[in-house]
Ligand binder design. Structure first.
Ligand code: AMP
Length: 147
């Protein structure tokens, strides 16, 4: 098991489809990663090749974050399906544990300015999907023009 004191320690919260994919990709890259989920069964979504750490617990709970050694993390990435959960974890990581890089998955972009002011980076899956879809659309449109 890798050491949480190592450089570039990344903590992901929520082992759903997105969280497990990010954790597996980082682990494949040889990164030092820990994924937290309140439901142990969720860790089954991780690939068999995952060599990072797992921690069962509710990441809105201060003691769980302490056990994860959030203060040592270079990145904290909360990606549950709940905006309020992700923002709460992001704020605790940023304000209390002084983590520099916090990236939260959010669905509702309405308060994006507030999050940016708090220094929390955000990703909106709907935007990413729209961007991907539009880039396919424009590629197809260009190809159709050339025919
Ligand atoms: P959900 O947001 O409930 O759809 O779940 C996405 C994943 O995040 C699931 O595997 C949940 O068990 C996990 N999850 C949701 N909330 C928390 C939390 N507060 N702490 C840790 N894991 C969570």
């Amino acid at each position: 098991m890798k050491n949480k004191n190592e450089k570039n320690y990344t903590i992901i919260v929520g082992c759903g489809r997105l969280g497990s994919t990010i954790a597996t990709a980082l682990s494949n890259e040889g990164k030092n990663v820990l994924i937290i989920d309140k439901n142990e069964d969720s860790f089954r979504k991780l690939s068999h090749a995952y060599s990072g750490q797992t921690l069962e617990g509710d990441a809105t709970n201060f003691e769980v974050l302490q056990e994860a050694m959030v203060d040592k993390a270079t990145f904290v990435i909360p990606v549950t399906h709940s905006d309020s959960t992700n923002i709460m974890i992001a704020q605790i990581a940023k304000e209390i544990f002084k983590v520099n890089n916090v990236i939260a998955r959010l669905y509702d972009p309405e308060r994006d300015i507030v999050y940016k002011e708090l220094g929390i980076q955000t990703i909106y899956p709907a935007y990413l999907e729209a961007k991907n879809l539009l880039s396919c659309f424009f590629k197809e449109e260009e190809a159709a023009k050339d025919e």
